[in-house]
Write a protein that binds this ligand. Sequence first.
Ligand SMILES: [Zn+2]
Length: 248
Amino acid sequence: MKKALMSSSIVFMILASGVMPIWAGEVSISWYGQACFLIVTSQGTEIIIDPVAMGGYAVPENITPDIVTVSHEHGDHNAVGSVSGDPVVIRGLTSEAKAYAEIDQQIKDVKMYTVATYHDKEQGSQRGLNAVFVFEFDGIRLAHLGDLGHLLSEEQIDEIGEIDILMIPVGGVATIDSEEADQVVAQLNPKMIVFPMHYRTDVVTFMPDTAEDFVAEKEHVQRIDGNRYVLDLDQPPETLEYVVLNYK
Ligand SMILES: [Zn+2]
């Protein structure tokens, strides 16, 4: 009986995971450019973070996520209409982006909350507000910093809390640059993985810093030939790894 239950739940997860089969004990993380990621938890719950639709960057049409989150209402982060299916959309800012929505909720196996930050170094007066999303699932805490424009305050560091996986902008101009990103990594001290995002590529050229500018001097760097990283929950990285994904 127990065996039958187990195999049926594996079949369910294959059906529910969309693009690729996901086995229990794995978390899949794909990058689609700028700050847009797909996370698939071990339970098959799919989250699209900061959906993008610009140049060669796009969320694939065959992805039908359960949840879409939006850190702030700029066009390279809130292309919610380009996402297929009928996801729950969670916006970090209120309408017209004038205030923080102060998210704290659970959907399926994913808990999430937001931390109030700014898109610039001047309290948002230049580029507006930005919501950091912290996700909890599979015993992991993941922070996505959106378009963070400044180093963190002590209060923000406390609110974000202990982090295993960090998604951090490194491109500069619109956000913190690669050197400031090093300082934010030191502030948050993530345990497993840092994914750089929102940097110069062949698609988006207005930002000065590339992913290589950020990881060049780092010790543990994994450059993935493709856009997907799979985390084995039984064997997470023991020392901090920097993982650079392609956008396709
Ligand atoms: Zn942006």
